[in-house]
Structures are given as C-alpha cells and as structure tokens.
Design a protein around this ligand. Structure first.
Ligand code: ATP
Ligand code: MG
Length: 501
C-alpha cells in the first residue's frame, strides 16, 4: 500500500470517529424596546409561543409574528435589555416545572417560589398553552362540587368539570365565595389552585394566611402575578395555573381552579396589544380578546375514564362596574361559561351575604350533578324565591294583600334569611339538607327573621349532638327517605321554639 493511501485511510477513520456535528441556532436582534415588549429582527423561523433568551439570561415569549419583526413579551425584568443586543431562540415552547411538591406553595407563573420556601423539584414539564381535550376525551358533568355555601349548592349547583363565572362589583364578596369553596374541599379530596392576577400582594398574603389558618393550604396552590409584576406575567398566569391543574387532572384527580380575576387579565392583554400596535376594537380591546378567555376556559373539563377520569372545575371571577353585565368582557365570559353567580352591592349592603342575586344567577349543567336529597328540598325553594321576588316588588304599593300573596311573601322572606351565611363557615351536605328541609316543610313560616337564625343554629347544634345517625344516613343515601324524615321530625320536636303551621 502506498504511503498516500495510508494517509487517506487514516484521515477517513478520524473523520468517522470525530464527534463534530453541525448545530444551527436562530439568532436575532433587539430592534426596539417598548415597555416590556421587545420587537426583534432576524428571528425568521421562530413560532408563536416559543421562548427566547436575551443576553442577560432573561427569557422572553413570542406573542406576535409580523412580516419581518417578531413581538416578544419579556418574562422578567426588562430594564437590563438594550437595543441591538442578541436574542437566541431556544426552540422550545414555554413550559413550567410541576410536581406534587407544589401543593401548599405560593409560586409565580413560572413556578418559582414566592414564599421563601425551597425550589420545587420538577416531576414533569407542562406546556403553558395546550389545546383543550376534544369531545371524545370528555365525559358529562355528573359529580357535584360542594361549595359548602347553602345558596349555591341548593339553587346554583356546580358540577365537577364545569365552568361557573363569579361576577359582581368591587367588594361584593367574590373572592370570599371562591375561598370558602376552597376551604370546603378539605373532606372532598379536590386539589385547589388559586390564581391571583393583577392583585395587590397584600391581598394575596391575606389569601395565603386564611387558607393556612383553615388548614386548606395542604391541598392548594397559589399562583400569583401581582399588580407590581410585569404585564407579561399577568398575561401568562392563568394559563400556567391551568397547566398545574392539568398535571393533577392527568393523574386522575379532581381539581378546582379560581381565576381572580379575568377583568385584570383582559387589561394586561389589552396593554400588550396596544403596545404591539394591534388595531383596537370595542373598549380598546383587541379583536382576539374572546379567544384569550375561550381557549383558557375550554381547558376545564371532565375527562373520560380512558383518560383517567380527572376533572378541572373553573371558577373565573369578573369585576363589573355598577353592575353592568353587558360590558364587553363580562358578556364574553358569560357566553363562554356554563352559568354565572351574580353578586350585587345592594344585597351586600342590605346584609344579605353572600350577596347572590338568585334571579340572575344560573348553572346550566350543575343540575345534573346535584344529589337527590338536595333536589328534594331545593326544587320548591327556587320557585318560592322566584315568586317572592316578583311579588315583593309589587307589594310595596299594595296595602291589603290576599292571603295567598301574604303567605308567599312570608315564605320568601324566611328563605332569604335562611340562605344568609357567614364567611368561612361552609356547611356539610347533610347540614344543608336538614336546614333547607326546615324551610321546605314550613317550619320557619311562623318565626321572625331573627328567630330563623337562632333556630337554624340550634338545629345544627342538636344535629351535631343527637343527630349523628341522621347525618350518617344522609351521607350514605344522599336523599331523604321516609325513615330519615321521621327521625328529623323527632329531632326538631325536641327544640322548644318550633311552631309548625
Ligand atoms: N358572607 C359574608 N359575610 C360577611 N362578610 C363578608 C361575606 N362575604 C364577604 N364579606 C366581606 O366583604 C368584604 C369584601 O369581600 P371580598 O374581598 O371577597 O370581595 P371582592 O368582591 O373579592 O372584592 P374586590 O373587588 O376588592 O376583589 C370583605 O371584607 C369580606 O370579609
Ligand atoms: Mg376579590
């Protein structure tokens, strides 16, 4: 063999054994910086939702693709980014680390701890934006999600996998309603996620304190993008909270997620859109504002058994101005959700708390999930209340009313009194059934409103001491059988004040 062939052989071998491989990287440049939004040039092959990295290590999220520019929202401090600096596309869609360790924690939308606790070890990476499960992978809503609030469980029942909007003016008890529902999940094995969007950090601290005190933090997660955080964080917060919920749902668990609130989320998106110079539409929101919330709320569902049978129940909160539900964002979200709980300032100020307007509130699918016992006592109640409201308005001008109307007004007033509930005091299903049964059977008709409250308290105390058998059968049978009813009548006869009509 010639010397030259030997050399060639040698070279060939070395090339074969070398580990050199070509790696291409997408590099672009900051063209313009606009208040948390970067316009970049040169990133021709990035896709929507991809993450990029700036020179100082801060990450960005591609949100706008134009002919030669790319709009990126900065996920972090944007003050260290300079015009002309390099941007690297990472070729990944935005994902967050999730694991069981996240329970009991307060995190930001990227799952970084905000509670001075240790870092969360990821079990899996979950994409922040996903496509909602299709109809084939879904099951209808049939299992109730007990809120522990009498008025809701009786009149506007919520099922697991449902989306129910909580809507009302400032300070009408929206957050309290949502938190009470979390507190009531202690015995229900439902994992709860509270997502605060654009709120004061002090309010989030109160939420975390309350859940801690009530022993609810062990099965809850708080995702917080406060008013002080960049709008980019506020924008992705609900999606990333939903990704955490999906992690647990995929494990077959039932999850409750609260978005507090989506009005502020819409504001954050409007701000980003206006900076990106997208055409503004009604109330200066961009044209795709409907899609912003529909793609989020569509991810709430109850999975089919083949997919593990888990569920996500979503309770989005929306703030209205002067009770105006026909504003842009409220109407959009009302049309996306399966019903709404409407809270009113007038009721709140009149001492009717929770300030639920029963007439304007509906639950379109929850009825299928209501337990039989609840249906037995609540069916009449709804009718009574509806007639009462109608009559109450008329009767203000009328002096002599017929007996029938008087009876109706009396019943309505007592039921309204009965549906009042202190905050952070959820009722168990058995307690609710017994208490509502009193109204159904007319035990309250002869009492004054103050007496109704006292009577209710007494009944609950007696139920605790002497009624454990009734509670047990109610929980087991989930309905009032003849036998149980007899026992309930007997129990009530032990309380002195009862004057049955
Ligand atoms: N059922 C209730 N009984 C007594 N007080 C209540 C009840 N519900 C709410 N409150 C009180 O009303 C106030 C407002 O409640 P909350 O913060 O839940 O309202 P919000 O609608 O979430 O307000 P914001 O618009 O500021 O977020 C709080 O001080 C709360 O303690
Ligand atoms: Mg609130």
């Amino acid at each position: 063999m010639k010397l030259i062939d030997q050399y060639l052989d040698q070279i060939e071998k070395e090339i074969k054994n070398s580990s050199l491989s070509a790696k291409t990287e997408e590099i672009g440049f900051v063209e313009e910086l606009r208040d948390g939004v970067v316009m970049a040039r040169g990133l021709d092959n990035v896709s929507f939702g991809e993450i990029v990295e700036f020179q100082n290590g801060v990450k960005g999220y591609v949100i706008d693709l134009m002919e030669d520019l790319v709009g990126i929202i900065v996920l972090g401090d944007y003050l260290g980014i300079n015009s002309g600096e390099q941007i690297r596309a990472l070729g990944l869609t935005l994902s967050i680390p999730v694991s069981d360790e996240i329970l009991g924690r307060v995190v930001d939308p990227l799952c970084q701890p905000q509670d001075n606790g240790k870092l969360i070890h990821p079990d899996k990476m979950y994409p922040v934006e996903t496509i909602a499960p299709t109809v084939v992978y879904r099951k209808s809503v049939t299992v109730p999600l007990q809120t522990g609030i009498k008025a809701i469980d009786a009149l506007i029942p919520i099922g697991r996998g449902q989306r129910e909007l909580i809507i009302g003016d400032r300070g009408t008890g929206k957050t309290t309603l949502a938190l009470d529902t979390i507190i009531n999940q202690k015995s229900e094995k439902v994992i709860c996620i509270y997502c605060g969007i654009g709120q004061k950090n002090s309010k989030i601290a109160l939420v975390s304190d309350l859940l801690q005190k009530q022993g609810a933090m062990s099965y809850s997660v708080i995702v917080n993008a406060s008013a002080a955080d960049p709008v980019s964080m506020q924008y992705i917060a609900p999606y990333s909270a939903c990704a955490i919920a999906e992690y647990f749902m995929d494990k077959g668990k039932d999850v409750l997620i609260i978005y507090d609130d989506l009005s502020k989320h819409a504001w954050a998106y409007r701000q980003i859109s206006l900076i990106l110079r997208r055409p503004a539409g009604r109330e200066a929101y961009p044209g795709d504002i409907f899609y912003l919330h529909s793609r989020l709320l569509e991810r709430a569902c109850r999975l089919a058994d083949s997919k593990g049978g888990g569920s996500i129940t979503a309770l989005p909160i929306v703030e209205t101005l002067e009770g105006d539900v026909s504003a842009y964002i409220p109407t959009n979200i009302i049309s996306i959700t399966d019903g709404q709980i409407f809270l009113e300032t007038d009721l709140f100020n009149a001492g009717i708390r929770p300030a639920i307007n029963v007439g304007l509130s509906v639950s379109r699918v929850g009825g299928n999930a209501q337990t039989k016992g609840m249906k037995q006592v609540a069916g009449r109640l709804k009718l009574d209340l509806a007639q009462y409201r109608e009559m109450a308005a008329f009767s203000q001008f009328e002096s002599d009313l017929d007996e029938e109307t008087k009876k109706l007004l009396n019943r309505g007033a007592k039921v309204t009194q009965l549906l009042k509930q202190e905050k952070n005091k959820p009722y168990s299903l058995a307690e609710q059934i017994v208490v509502l049964w009193l109204a159904y059977k007319g035990y309250l008709d002869t009492l004054s409103p103050e007496e109704v409250t006292i009577f209710e308290k007494k009944i609950l105390e007696t139920l605790k001491i002497k009624g454990s058998e009734i509670v047990k059968t109610l929980i087991k049978e989930k309905m009032i059988s003849e036998d149980t009813e007899k026992k309930m009548v007997k129990l009530i006869s032990q309380i002195a004040e009862v004057k049955k009509v």
